[in-house]
Each structure stands twice: as C-alpha cells, then as structure tokens.
Write a new protein. Sequence first.
Length: 111
Amino acid sequence: MDEQLQEDWLDARLREEMPYIDDDGFTARVVQKLPAPHHRRSFRGAILLCATILASLLAYFLSDGGRFLIVEAYRLLSMPVLFVSLIAILLSLIVTGVAGSAVWSSSRMHR
C-alpha cells in the first residue's frame, strides 16, 4: 500500500514538472512499428513439478519405503520429554529470530 502511494506521488510529480516536448508524432510512429508482444508458453512449472515428484518417489524407494521415518519417530518417542521440549523451544526461538530479522531487513529496504 505504502509502495503504491509512493509510486503515485512520484508519477504525479514527474507529470507536473516535466514539460511536454513536441516530437511531431515520432513517438507514436515508433510505438506503431514495434512488433506485437510474443506470448511464449512456458513449461517450467510442469517440469519442476514432475522433477519434484520423481525425486520424491526415488527418495521413498531408496529409503526402503520411508522406514527411516518410523525408526526416527520411535527414537524421538524414547527421548525424555524435557529434552524434546527444550529442542522445540530452541527451534521456535531460532525460527522467530530468522523471521524477525527478515521483517526488519525488509522494512529497512523499503524506506
């Protein structure tokens, strides 16, 4: 919203301050001679989706049907609750710090 307001302000200032220089229709002729925009279909999304599905299937079969997930789940359940809670708190603080620094950095860039 603030970015749009700033662009509108800048656009208004440029229109107010810049006098029109008559070019005897040169700009219109140049624009008319420009080629029409060519809309090329991109298959990038489909290729990325297929590659992701293929890599996921490959990882699933190479990991013995995801057996490592079951083994790690049992290992996590056998840990003391206090240890798991501390890890969860630590990870949430790290994620919060990363998100906060991203917001701070983003807000500093738009000033």
